[in-house]
Write a new protein. Structure first.
Length: 423
């Protein structure tokens, strides 16, 4: 019996060393919760034994208890790094369940998150952070665990729109020799590839129905030079979009300037028929000067979808996204979860836990609510493991192991002595 008692001590000490080694190995793991081995003594009694003289028969492991104490908070500067100060867990959902069926919701204190290619907020294991939809003012619309879903931030905002009007302000030279290779006035038939058939050209901004930028160029063809009898100078406009020459709706329309360089005709936009719809070229602010060709401004009314520029998470867990120069838009509110008995959670690895009947049902809330800790963005909670204490525990467990081994050696020696008496 003494041999079995010593053997149980060896096994208990080995379990204690394993738990302590696990803590030491994860001292740098974000959100890790330390654990300790707990033991109970063993007494075997029968109705015929005297309790005052009964000796124990060893020890047994009763449980590996998790420590849910607060870990230290360190700042990182990354807005998607989150730390909980106080009670609570992040709710996470794996993208797939290896056993089939719906993925099981997991709970963790590790808040090192990033954004996936489709805008979901995930950790390094691909588990998605859960939260609730919000109203336009950022107020949560629900605070139940069953209604929480993966938080997804739109990477683009707004509706795309094709260009319908291009506003172009240029300064055209009164002297034909100031730039351009146009020969005769008026020239031969317009050809974008033949520089002798136009005087000047400039790129113009355009976008298609999906908001994508497309190549466009405006060409100025000089149609008349000023004379003593007719001091006007006129240009005919051509528009080339994505390599295609667009036909003007009024082939005879010209941009005409008087002797002072002010526009006489062409103050109304020139209309061209394009694949995405009609395009109006507005040159009303253009002038004729004695200087080389110059583009003062170019703009259009097409619109692309605005990309996500910044992401902020306030102390209440509301996620705000900014797109371009627009104001912040509330996109969701992350959920915090707590349990009546966190010690009953099942360890899942990856600093994550799962609910059990012993832990009780998950209770959802927002950061700062009663029973929930506060949230810090741009920070992480380190493992709640004291390395010095764990090293002391390791030495203690090693001595316990050595003592149990010595007890086993003594028991073995006693048995050998008994065997020697028989000989």
């Amino acid at each position: 019996m003494s041999m079995n008692t010593a053997l149980s001590g060896l096994s208990a000490a080995q379990t204690d060393i394993a738990a302590t080694s696990h803590n030491i190995a994860n001292v740098a793991t974000i959100g890790f919760r330390g654990s300790r081995a707990e033991f109970a003594d063993i007494f075997n009694q029968s109705p015929y034994t005297v309790s005052r003289t009964t000796t124990g028969t060893g020890t047994q492991v009763t449980r590996i208890a998790q420590d849910f104490g607060q870990g230290s908070i360190v700042g990182t500067g990354n807005r998607l790094d989150l730390a909980i100060e106080g009670p609570g867990f992040f709710a996470l959902r794996p993208q797939a369940n290896p056993r089939g069926g719906a993925p099981e919701t997991l709970y963790s204190r590790a808040g090192a998150f990033s954004m996936s290619a489709d805008g979901r907020i995930v950790n390094a294991s691909g588990q998605q952070l859960l939260g609730w939809p919000v109203a336009s003012d950022g107020g949560g619309l629900s605070q139940t665990v069953n209604m929480a879903g993966p938080l997804q931030i739109p990477l683009l905002m707004g509706e795309p729109r094709a260009t319908s009007t291009v506003a172009l302000e240029v300064r055209l030279p009164s002297d034909l020799q100031m730039g351009g290779a146009q020969g005769a006035v008026p020239p031969a038939a317009f050809d974008p590839a033949d520089a002798t058939t136009w005087a000047h050209r400039t790129p113009v901004p355009l976008s298609d129905a999906e908001g994508r930028a497309i190549a466009g160029e405006a060409y100025f063809v000089r149609m008349s030079n000023p004379t003593a009898g007719t001091p006007e100078t006129s240009y005919r406009m051509h528009l080339v979009v994505a390599g295609m020459v667009l036909a003007p709706q009024d082939a005879a329309a010209t941009l005409t300037f008087d002797a002072e360089g002010q526009p006489l005709a062409g103050t109304q936009p020139f209309a061209f028929a394009g694949e995405t719809g009609p395009i109006a070229l507005d040159l009303a602010r253009s002038r004729l000067t004695d200087a080389p060709f110059e583009v003062r401004s170019a703009s259009h009314d097409g619109q692309a979808r605005t990309q996500l520029t910044t992401l902020d998470i306030d102390n209440e867990g509301t996620i705000f996204a900014s797109y371009g120069s627009d104001n912040r838009i509330a996109q969701g509110k992350l959920a915090l979860v707590n349990f009546a008995n966190p010690g009953g959670l099942r360890v899942m690895g990856g600093a994550a836990f799962a609910a059990t009947a012993e832990s009780g049902a998950a209770l959802a809330g927002s950061p700062g609510d009663a029973g929930f800790g506060s949230l810090r963005s741009g920070a992480l909670e380190k493992a709640n493991v004291d390395l010095t204490e764990e090293l002391v525990n390791l030495i203690t467990a090693q001595r316990n192991y050595q003592a149990s081994a010595k007890a086993m050696e003594t028991s073995s020696g006693m048995m050998q002595t008994i065997l020697n008496l028989r000989t």
